[in-house]
Write a protein that binds this ligand. Structure first.
Ligand code: AMP
Length: 524
């Protein structure tokens, strides 16, 4: 492991020809490393898949810098533990490739008085730590941007432990258009639940025992929600009582939306319960995620954008159940045809829905398996006959109502990715993540041509394919029932030029902005 002290050494190391093509992942710290930091370094060193599908072993650069800009008057800047020799050995053992240990003069050669500052958006600074530590996040954002400018990593790794910091830095990176990915790592905890923190070193043995009251109080909040409590004020009060009973002085205990940090008053789906307390000489922070159900992702978008392939792979990547609502409409169509009813006649279709037991299961490899009244119709629903009439059947209000009800029932516990029309608007309006997955008409025509050629069919001229796709879009978005519409709060992902793996990476990134890994871990 290299020890780098100056900007010159750093820039030389970052850009040496032998390493220029190896991805660089950056882990900023203030030192006094503990096992939480080591997990973060270990995660940052995991191999990554490049857009071309090849696996690369990244280099991991860890910085140690006790940043004066993020400490307020009267805070512990002077006394913050500085343990370089121990940190060197620990970082190396955790897999760091280099350690950057600048002085303040090295990092801010002109001094910090006239420095360009990075001000994160006020909406993210209205509550939690920002309210109690004015200037703190400006100091964090300023130094991290300075480091990112010098290092130019592909990934920035941060702990979920400091959730507000993670949200703020993600936003700063996005708003400044910095070309890197921000990745989070779940909180490492001691055996008694206390989150690893450099400031735990200040605690005496009895204060350390007292600190365990913090995760215990968070557990009180979780238990209340599990028992059905939905009022944020009631949860907050119970948590504060728990903290006070452990003789911890409460600075704040707040419930917020994880991604936006907006205050939550009534719990729906997911909220972050975040707490800061004083315990002896230390200020300790921690949080937990309160969930009324497991996370839900809703994916919609025009035909031919690769929704099914991507959704299925994304579900597998995150261990979520794949709910293919299109397959359900196909199954009903198959059933209607099988019964010899006219698919266009709503009065003939409605009674058929009553005698219908439609099941959608995930096979052992995550592939969907569709049955109607016990008959496996997974393959049959892809027949040209079904394809030709599915939109006629799906247009009947009685069909949409029956299937929406069934889908909502399937989503009661959550833990799924649902794909299909109306998913983010009518079926799961409070899904954690809504994605509108699309590609330009030209790109979809290109993919369609490749697909047809691969399957041995005649390929129409490019212009003709584009016209067909544009016409299908027009019909889909102007029809009276369930038109193709991007939900207001859906994130548009345009997949032109992106490999499937890259789209899944992007969806995972969006998911992680909303759902901490602590609440929904990656499957091993
Ligand atoms: P600090 O040295 O406190 O500035 O922390 C450096 C990085 O380590 C930040 O991204 C923190 O969020 C992360 N970190 C701190 N404590 C933990 C922990 N217990 N588990 C995981 N990451 C942590």
């Amino acid at each position: 492991m290299r020890l780098l002290r100056t900007r010159r050494e750093l820039q030389h190391w970052c850009g040496t020809p032998s390493t220029r093509n190896v991805p660089l992942h950056f882990v900023p710290t203030m030192g006094a490393l503990h096992p939480g930091h080591l997990c973060l370094i270990g995660r940052a060193g995991q191999p990554v898949t490049a857009p071309d599908g090849r696996r690369h072993q990244p280099r991991v650069l860890v910085s140690l810098f006790v940043n004066p800009l993020q400490f307020g008057p009267g805070e512990d800047f002077q006394s913050y533990p500085r343990t370089l020799e121990a940190d060197r050995a620990l970082a190396e053992a955790a897999g760091a490739t280099a350690l950057f240990v600048p002085t303040a003069e090295e990092l801010f050669p002109g001094g910090d008085a006239g420095l360009t500052r990075v001000c994160p958006p006020p909406a993210l600074l209205a509550g939690l730590c920002a309210r109690h530590r004015p200037g703190h996040f400006e100091g964090v954002a300023t130094v991290v941007c300075r480091l990112l400018g010098l290092i130019r990593p592909e990934q920035l790794w941060l702990g979920e432990k400091d959730w507000q910091q993670l949200v703020v830095l993600r936003r700063v990176v996005a708003d400044l258009g910095l070309p890197l990915q921000v990745r989070g790592c779940p909180t490492w905890r001691e055996a008694d639940g206390v989150a690893g923190s450099s400031r735990n070193r200040y605690l005496s043995p009895s204060q350390r025992l007292q600190a365990a009251g913090l995760p215990r109080a968070l557990e009180v909040g979780r238990a209340l929600v599990a028992a059905g409590e939905r009022s944020a004020a009631v949860v907050q009060q119970a948590v504060c009582q728990g903290l006070e009973a452990a003789a911890l002085a409460v600075e704040y205990a707040e419930l917020v939306v994880p991604q936006t940090l907006a205050p939550v008053t009534q719990l729906r789906a997911m909220a972050l319960l975040a707490v800061a307390v004083r315990c002896g000489p230390s200020r300790l922070i921690d949080h937990t995620v309160l969930m009324t159900r497991l996370p839900i992702v809703a994916i919609d978008g025009p035909a031919g954008a690769g929704k099914s392939t991507v959704t299925r792979a994304f579900a597998r990547r995150l261990g979520l159940i794949y709910l293919d609502t299109g397959a359900m409409y196909r199954a009903v169509t198959w059933w209607v045809q099988r019964q010899g009813a006219d698919p266009a006649d709503a009065a003939a279709v409605a009674p058929l829905l009553e005698a219908l037991e439609l099941r959608l299961d995930n096979g052992p490899g995550g592939e969907p398996c569709v049955t109607i009244n016990g008959t496996d119709i997974t393959t049959a629903i892809r027949s040209p006959d079904v394809t030709a009439q599915v939109s006629v059947v799906a247009a009947h209000a009685c069909v949409r109502e029956a299937l929406t009800r069934q889908q909502q029932g399937m989503g009661e516990r959550g833990g799924l990715v649902a794909e299909g029309r109306d998913i983010g608007t009518a079926v799961f309006p409070d899904a954690e993540l809504k994605v509108f997955l699309t590609a330009t008409v030209a790109e979809r025509a290109r993919r369609r041509a490749l697909d047809l050629a691969e399957r041995g069919f005649a390929v129409p001229a490019g212009a003709e394919l584009e016209a067909q796709i544009a016409e299908r879009d027009r019909l889909d978005s102007t029809r009276a029932v369930a038109p193709l519409l991007q939900a207001e709060d859906a994130v548009e992902v345009i997949t032109d030029g992106m490999a499937i793996e890259a789209v899944i990476e992007r969806l995972t990134e969006l998911f992680r902005e909303r759902v901490p890994e602590e609440a929904w871990p990656d499957p091993a």
